[in-house]
Every structure is written in structure tokens, then in C-alpha cells.
Ligand binder design. Structure first.
Ligand code: ADP
Ligand code: MG
Length: 256
């Protein structure tokens, strides 16, 4: 895998909050069609890593690129220097983000939640955007719910709307931060099923998750993070069934 084929490339990423390092020299490349699961104990820096990739936080140091679009790279002082607004706006078109909470607009219908950004931000053709949204909602098992508002839906349905909304922008890569951790077990399964479906279609995804059997089945690669470091990474079955590092073993046994 060369850096030119990576849809997303992070190198030497560092981030501190108030002098406390949260990311310490993290490098992560994601190739087209690859599904990467990020696992690890709470407080290990997983959300911060995704938030930096999704331009919701800035790196202190490191390189961040989406394909050939370099968003940040170190200056002579070794500090991450970000490109201007236009480059950042371009980069934001290349990824979608799904959080733990569904973050839908509560007063918008399902349809408007999904079509708003493609129309307002991407200024795409209205008929094409609506047809695409209907197709995505059907794929999410939400046919017939286009006119509902979020409060009329279950948490699982709301999360599937959030996934449709992220996909509506036709991103290169989708980031998920614990997409099922706010859901009851029976609603979790419906959301995992649609993510599995996307993996089968070779959607490129980076998924922070506590669902180990899901990570093992769906991810190509598993990254174990602890203390702001990637402790271990490799093929999903290897890392989860035969972890090399003691810290990974402790975590998977439920001690970490
Ligand atoms: P994880 O998602 O693996 O649980 P996080 O990235 O949320 O880990 O958090 C890693 C560490 O960074 C934690 O100690 C957390 O308290 C701290 N942290 C995260 N975001 C902030 C912030 N905005 N300000 C200060 N500290 C933060
Ligand atoms: Mg988190």
C-alpha cells in the first residue's frame, strides 16, 4: 500500500489537551474499500483520533491527507500547519461522520435531514439528491419514514437516518464513533446490519466500536489503541483471536 492510494493518511499525529498528551505519534492509512475497526479502553484517544481526522479538532503535529488533498503537514517548527478554508471545505466533502448520539436536526423531517447538506453545501441537482436519498433510506430499512421527524423514530432508526445522511454526501470514507453504544441490544443489531451491508459493498470505513464480534467479522484490520498510542494492529481475526501484546489481551479479556 503506497501513500498515493490511501483515501486517508495520518502520519505522526500528536494532540494534547491542557498539556496532557492524548494522541502520541499516531499513523494510520486507510485504503479504498478497507474497513478499519479501532478498539481500546475508554480514554485511550479513539474519539480524539476520529475528531482530528474529521477536522473537528486540530492536530498539534502531524500530516493529514485525503487522497492527494493534503490538509495539514508539519511546518519547520514541527507544528501541524493547516491549509486554508477552501482546502478544508474540499476535504470535508470527502468524509462522512456518524457519532454515538444521532445528532439529527430535531425539527427537520427524515428526508430534509438527509437532503439538506447535498442541496445547501454541495448544490447538487434537486431531483438527483431526492432520488439518491430515497435509495439510501430504503437501503437503511426506512422506506415510508421520509416524512417522520426524529422524535417519532426509535434510536436505531435515528442512527440509520444519520448513516443515510452521511452517505448522501457521497463521501470517500465514513467515520463511525461507537455508532451503537447509545442503543439497546435489539436496536444495535439493525444498525450493525446496515454497516455490514456497506462493508459488503466495499464502502471505506473507520469504525470505533466496542462490539468485538462485529469488529472481527466486518473489519479487514483492527487497531488497538491505549494511552494515545496504537499498541497493536493487524488483520481482524489475528488481533482479536491471537493478540500479541499483553495490553491487548487484558483488554479483550475485559480487564483493560
Ligand atoms: P476514547 O474515545 O478512547 O474514550 P477520548 O479521545 O474521548 O478517548 O479521550 C482521550 C482523553 O482525552 C481523555 O482523557 C479525555 O478526558 C481527554 N479529552 C478528550 N477531549 C478533550 C477535550 N476537548 N478537552 C480536554 N480533554 C479532552
Ligand atoms: Mg470515545
Amino acid at each position: 500500500m503506497t501513500s498515493t492510494t490511501a483515501l486517508m493518511r495520518l502520519e505522526g499525529a500528536r494532540k494534547s489537551f491542557g498539556g496532557t498528551p492524548v494522541l502520541r505519534d499516531i499513523s494510520l492509512q486507510v485504503s479504498k474499500g478497507e474497513v478499519v475497526a479501532i478498539i481500546g479502553p475508554s480514554g485511550g484517544g479513539k474519539s480524539t483520533l476520529l475528531r482530528c481526522c474529521a477536522l473537528l479538532e486540530t492536530l498539534d503535529a502531524g500530516t493529514l491527507a485525503f487522497g492527494d488533498l493534503v490538509v495539514a503537514r508539519n511546518d519547520a517548527a514541527g507544528r501541524a500547519a493547516y491549509q486554508g478554508r477552501e482546502t478544508l471545505a474540499q476535504a470535508r466533502q470527502r468524509f462522512g461522520l456518524v457519532f454515538q448520539g444521532f445528532n439529527l436536526f430535531p425539527h427537520y423531517t427524515v428526508m430534509r435531514n438527509v437532503t439538506d447538506a447535498p442541496l445547501a453545501v454541495q448544490r447538487r441537482d434537486r431531483d438527483e439528491v431526492f432520488a439518491h436519498a430515497r435509495e439510501l433510506l430504503a437501503k437503511m430499512g426506512l422506506e415510508g419514514r421520509e416524512d417522520a421527524v426524529p422524535s417519532e423514530l426509535s434510536g436505531g432508526q435515528q442512527q440509520r437516518v444519520a448513516i443515510a445522511r452521511a452517505l448522501a454526501l457521497r463521501p470517500d470514507v465514513l467515520f463511525f464513533d461507537e455508532p451503537t453504544s447509545a442503543l439497546d441490544p435489539e436496536l444495535t443489531q439493525g444498525v450493525l446490519k446496515v454497516i455490514r451491508g456497506l462493508a459488503d459493498e466495499r464502502m471505506t470505513m473507520v469504525i470505533v466500536t466496542h462490539e468485538m464480534s462485529f469488529a472481527r467479522d466486518v473489519a479487514d484490520r483492527v487497531v488497538f489503541m491505549d494511552g494515545g498510542l496504537i499498541v497493536e494492529e493487524g488483520p481482524a481475526a489475528e488481533v482479536i483471536d491471537r493478540p500479541r501484546e499483553q495490553r491487548t489481551r487484558d483488554f479483550l479479556r475485559g480487564i483493560g
